[in-house]
Design a protein around this ligand. Structure first.
Ligand SMILES: O=C(O)C(=O)CO
Length: 337
């Protein structure tokens, strides 16, 4: 009997969802959340035919060097800046991600984070828990309205569009900027108007970042970009931390050049820029935008489907549902999220 392919699961995920891998493969699963050293990953991948990894696991030339058997990497996540797609493609390794299944959950969270920042919810709760509420006062903790305001979405992929659809229920005016303009029918459905980058910033009451992280978007929101925002504007980031220059953001907050911020992602997470923790007018959450139970399970299930199909098994053998490279839907780097 020929040997079964071997696959590695880099982090503990839902064991019952992963169980399907065992129908086809020898599975080596990591039991605890681990920050794997590149050399350790390389030693493992040299023995593997496939791997299921998360955004905590950078996979590039160093990790796949000499991994002769490796044919597929399934990323659990829609953003895949942890994968070096050029290196994987050059080695003939099929990479996949998990779009669509997290769109609505992530949009819910982005909208909630924007509202929480605008209405100072974290600050208000800290104030209350710290025992400051002695009597009700008419002008304490006044925030900014969301209904009727101008929503500015940077990155109008699936999640950006889902946020725009939510904004219609709040009577917002939605502007967006994206690498390419959306078809008129999609703009009409989202009630969103395409504008240039500078105009987006200048007109935003609430700016929400939903674009992919790439060398082009690194620190796109820097001091110069922040200076284009209105001083009452809020900034919400549910994309990747590296898109925002966090020191420039702290400067803007400290000098009242920005109303508030809602952040779910950080450059260098889980390590936080200590200055962010000092800011009153920020809502900070630990990268949980896609974190509903149902959605996280669906993401793992899709990654499992991708891995099984990419390694030539199951009903879609050879045709994984959401390939990034080398598949029927080669979407190249910087795909909209
Ligand atoms: O899917 C992603 O890209 C995430 O950030 C985690 O949900």
């Amino acid at each position: 009997m020929s040997e079964r392919p071997r696959v590695w699961v880099s982090q503990p995920l839902f064991a019952d969802v992963l169980a399907r891998l065992g129908e086809h493969f020898e599975v080596e699963a990591t039991r605890e959340v681990t920050r794997h050293e590149p050399a350790a990953v390389n030693a493992i991948l040299r023995r593997m035919d496939g791997a299921l990894v998360t955004l905590n696991d950078p996979i590039g030339a160093e990790q796949i060097a000499g991994a002769q058997r490796l044919r597929a990497i399934a990323n659990v996540g829609v953003g895949y800046n942890n994968l070096d797609i050029a290196a994987l493609s050059a080695a003939g390794i099929l990479a996949s991600n998990t779009p669509d299944v997290l769109t609505e959950t992530t949009a819910d969270f982005g909208f909630a984070l924007m509202m929480a920042a605008a209405r100072r919810m974290s600050e208000a709760e800290r104030w209350l828990r710290d025992g400051h509420w002695q009597r009700w006062s008419f002008d304490s903790l006044l925030g900014a309205d969301v209904h009727g305001a101008t929503l500015a979405i940077l990155g109008m992929g699936r999640i950006g569009q889902a946020i725009a659809r939510r904004a219609t229920g709040f009577g917002m005016r939605t502007l967006y900027h994206n690498r390419s303009r959306l078809p008129a029918a999609v703009e009409a459905e989202c009630k969103a108007q395409y504008v240039g980058f500078d105009e987006l910033l200048a007109r935003a009451d609430h700016l929400v970042l939903v674009l992919p992280y790439s060398p082009q978007s690194h620190h796109l929101i820097d001091a110069a970009a922040l200076a284009k925002l209105q001083p009452h504007a809020t900034l919400t980031n549910i994309a990747r931390g590296g898109i925002v220059d966090e020191d420039a953001l702290c400067d803007a907050l400290e000098h009242d050049r920005l109303g508030a911020a809602g952040l779910d992602v950080y450059e260098g997470e889980p390590r936080l820029n200590p200055r962010l923790l000092q800011q009153r007018r920020v809502v900070l959450t630990p990268h949980i935008a896609s974190g509903s139970l149902a959605t996280r399970r669906a993401m793992v299930a899709l990654a499992v489907d991708n891995l099984i199909a990419a390694l030539g098994f199951g009903p879609r053998a050879g045709d994984p549902p959401s390939p990034i490279n080398g598949g029927t839907r080669d979407r190249g780097p910087g795909t909209r999220i």
